[in-house]
Design a protein around this ligand. Structure first.
Ligand code: PLP
Length: 424
């Protein structure tokens, strides 16, 4: 029997991310050393109070309400007010099994086109494909850190005409490490308001911000049309707990009602013990604030170190301002690569992995054309627990300490430098 599959699901192709990950696994099995810059997962331990809350709440065996544990909704609302100055009530908060699922369900229930800046996170596009939606990537410029501009958004909205439009803006950004400034967000908000664009502001990295300025959300300037998403996965280092949050303004009540229905017919509610663990994270944040601050210092150090090395190798690399990614490109080597038959980002990343054991993801996974020579680099191939234990503070870091704490980042850069030198 050959089962017949939903054609929209059949349209999903295996992403280059998966094929690179498979290759990494295969090479490691063969005993090869691989420097894995392809995988974006928080490397630090889950803060103790969150682990303890999970352990002591295993007896909760009943289904929780569809939107989430009421105490957790209240704690998330309060947290976003205190930390980000955002005004969402407890009833505006939804708890889901990861923000990815909440973004998917919101994407699913809304009609119209999905706009994303190119580059953007790998999963937004396939989520639109599954729903049969039109995906509309908006071009950005490297000189501007690959950030969406109000002018480009204006052109895209104008082009799409009357149909409903939804934008997903990820800030701080995966794959570029960019952080939007307040003036940029104000201008984007104006365009969103003019065209009634529904926005998901994906703020899963909101607390990983190196700018030294208070983090600003698009929601500050466009509260009536902005849905904010976040969760435990990145700054709280608990991706495997699978808990995400979504804050939806009262003006978008129809979305809230639809989301409640779709949740009640799908995952029902997030695991109860995990919701109690999240309650500790959001309601006792002051107890882990310092731990998270130190983790951020480490992300910043690792990101800036890699950026410096890449620039020394003549790669074009916008300065990372947050999250744990960089997006350097090999345009300065395009001629030499072409001479070796490497014309696409995928062939570049496969060649680098085969020859030097360095794993990057190609720009085509982030809505760039196949010929784009940008790559996404995750900066987290280090032992988070060990680094935090030994962390002397950024001011005291020197070359030998960097070698001690981040040997794989250094090893990967050295291999990459060799690869570029081999080209002559
Ligand atoms: C930009 C972005 N949004 C959302 C997510 C999903 O996070 P969650 O673990 O909450 O589903 C990720 C995780 O990699 C991400 O990078």
């Amino acid at each position: 029997m050959i089962p017949s599959i939903n054609p929209l699901v059949l349209n999903l192709k295996e992403s280059a991310t998966l094929s690179i990950n498979k290759m990494v696994k295969r090479l490691r099995k063969e005993g090869r050393e691989v420097f894995h810059f392809g995988f974006g997962q928080a490397p630090f331990p889950v803060p103790g109070i969150i682990q303890e809350a999970l352990r002591s709440n295993t007896h909760h065996n009943t289904y929780l309400p569809t939107e989430g544990l009421p105490e957790l909704q209240a704690a998330v609302s309060e947290f976003y007010r205190n930390e980000f100055n955002l005004d969402y009530r407890p009833a505006d908060v939804f708890i889901g099994p990861g923000s990815k699922e909440l973004i998917f369900q919101t994407n699913y229930l809304l009609e119209g086109a999905l706009l994303v800046p190119a580059p953007s996170w790998v999963s937004y596009g396939p989520q639109a494909t599954i729903r049969g939606k039109r995906l509309f990537p908006i071009a950005t410029e490297r000189e501007n850190g690959y950030k969406l501009t109000a002018a480009a958004l204006d052109r895209a909205c104008h082009h799409l005409g009357q149909q409903q439009k939804m934008l997903i803006l990820n800030n701080p950004n995966n794959p570029t490490g960019a952080v939007y400034r307040e003036d940029e967000l104000r201008e984007i908000a104006q365009i969103c308001r003019a065209y009634s664009v529904l926005v998901i502001s994906d703020e899963i990295y909101a607390m990983i911000d190196f700018t030294g300025e208070a983090y600003t959300s698009l929601s500050r300037f466009y509260p009536e049309g902005t849905i904010v998403s976040g969760g435990l996965s990145k700054s709280f280092a608990a991706g495997g707990y699978r808990l995400g949050v979504m804050l939806i303004p009262e003006e978008l009540r129809v979305i809230k009602d639809a989301l409640k229905s779709i949740i009640s017919e799908t995952f029902s509610a997030v695991s109860a013990p995990v919701q109690y663990a999240a309650l500790a994270a959001y309601s006792r944040f002051d107890e882990i604030r310092n731990e998270i601050k130190i983790n951020n210092e480490i992300y910043k150090f690792a990101s800036r170190y890699l950026c410096r090395r890449f620039r020394d190798m003549e790669l074009n690399c916008p300065k990372p301002e947050g999250a744990f990614y960089l997006f350097p490109d090999f345009e300065n080597y395009a001629e030499k690569l072409r001479a070796r038959g490497i014309l696409t980002g995928i062939s570049l990343t496969e060649d680098l992995l085969k020859k030097k054991g360095v794993a990057f993801l190609p720009g085509s996974d982030f809505y760039f054309p196949a010929t784009n020579l940008g790559v996404r680099v995750a900066v987290v191939d280090f032992d988070g627990a060990e680094v935090r234990e030994a962390w002397p503070g950024a001011a005291k870091m020197n070359e030998s300490r960097t070698m001690e704490l981040f040997p794989r980042l250094i090893g990967g850069c050295d291999r990459l430098a060799e690869y570029l030198e081999d080209m002559g």
